[in-house]
Design a protein around this ligand. Structure first.
Ligand code: A5P
Length: 229
């Protein structure tokens, strides 16, 4: 197990080194959340340290704290209208660039950032590549008042929802909401499922990130493999 973890960390680092090559001086850069994005943020901090002029947008409070500790200049999220390049991770992706995200609970800001981004670069280790999405349970952010309503609607779509917990209490997102992790089994038609989920009142956002990635850079034992649209 330890060896496996070392390998995936190495793959994430390789992918992040490749990804930061897309960042140029003057750009607005989206910073992802999670252990893969962590490597990219370290690389970006080094570029800033060496004089590169960028402004960054953080996809979570955690990432915002990390970026400011490392001296990366941050924009106020509310002011952001367009982002040149974002580097973020994924929980699962397919070769045609569809993804599940939200394992870290940051999916709401990640999805806004991805939607505003011209070039969304996903970095991943080789365990994230799947034939079909859905082995990883789908994270869904829910406004707490609507929890039972949303659970009923999700069960009507044949999903098995579990409220995410952290040390015994419900996990609370940066936006003050709950996460439910939903087992839909393998997802035959992600666009249809996304459409149905988008129609549930009280469901703020789900972790299907469809047609949002421009490129996935995956680390593997030989180096990196790039998946493009
Ligand atoms: C955060 O909410 C997620 O979308 C992450 O991008 C995802 O969980 C990947 O995290 P790791 O890079 O830690 O695997």
């Amino acid at each position: 197990l330890e060896n496996h973890q070392n390998n995936t960390a190495l793959e994430k680092e390789l992918a992040s080194k490749e990804a930061v090559k897309y960042i140029k001086s003057g750009m607005i850069v989206g910073l992802g959340t999670g252990s893969s994005a962590y490597f990219a943020i370290q690389q970006i901090a080094a570029l800033v340290e060496n004089g590169m002029q960028i402004k960054a947008v953080a996809t979570s409070e955690h990432t915002a704290n990390l970026a400011s500790e490392l001296g990366i200049p941050l924009m106020d999220f509310k002011e952001v209208r367009s982002i040149d390049v974002t580097i973020d991770g994924a929980d699962e992706f397919t070769a045609d660039l569809q993804m599940i995200k939200g394992g870290g609970g940051a999916l709401f800001r990640e999805k806004i950032v991805a939607s505003l981004t011209k070039q969304e670069i996903i970095i991943a280790d080789s365990t994230k590549l799947v034939e079909q999405l859905g082995a990883f349970t789908l994270p869904v952010e829910v406004v707490p008042l609507a929890l039972n309503h949303v659970i009923d609607k999700i069960e009507a779509l044949d999903g098995k929802p579990v409220l995410r917990k952290k040390s015994g209490a419900p996990f609370i997102t940066d936006n003050g909401n709950y996460i439910i992790d939903v087992d839909f089994g393998l997802i035959a038609n992600p666009h249809a499922l996304a459409f149905n989920l988008n129609n549930i009142e009280g469901l703020l956002v789900h972790g299907l990130f469809l047609d949002l990635a421009s490129i996935v850079i995956m680390g593997n034992s030989n180096g990196v493999e790039v998946f493009k649209r």
